[in-house]
Design a protein. Structure first.
Length: 75
């Protein structure tokens, strides 16, 4: 995919169309990490929030407890 650098105010930028935003699951306001490699390659990596192991375990326990009868029926 080829994009053109455009003037945005006093800066320059690349406009991401809807298709690209959908493919990358990005939305306005999301953060990306910018890495510049030798030779000038630029890589944008989405910064995705992570959940701590203890927090995930506690949430799973609450979910299982809250829906225990449903899980029994599904088993």
């Amino acid at each position: 995919m080829t994009k053109t650098i455009s003037k945005v105010g006093n800066s320059q930028g690349i406009i991401f169309d809807t298709a690209l935003m959908d493919l990358t699951r990005l939305k306005v306001g999301d953060e990306v990490n910018v890495t510049v490699h030798e030779g000038g390659s630029i890589v944008l990596t989405p910064v995705r929030p992570t959940i701590a192991t203890k927090t995930a375990a506690a949430a799973a326990k609450r979910l299982i407890k809250k829906n225990s009868s449903l899980f029994k029926r599904l088993a």
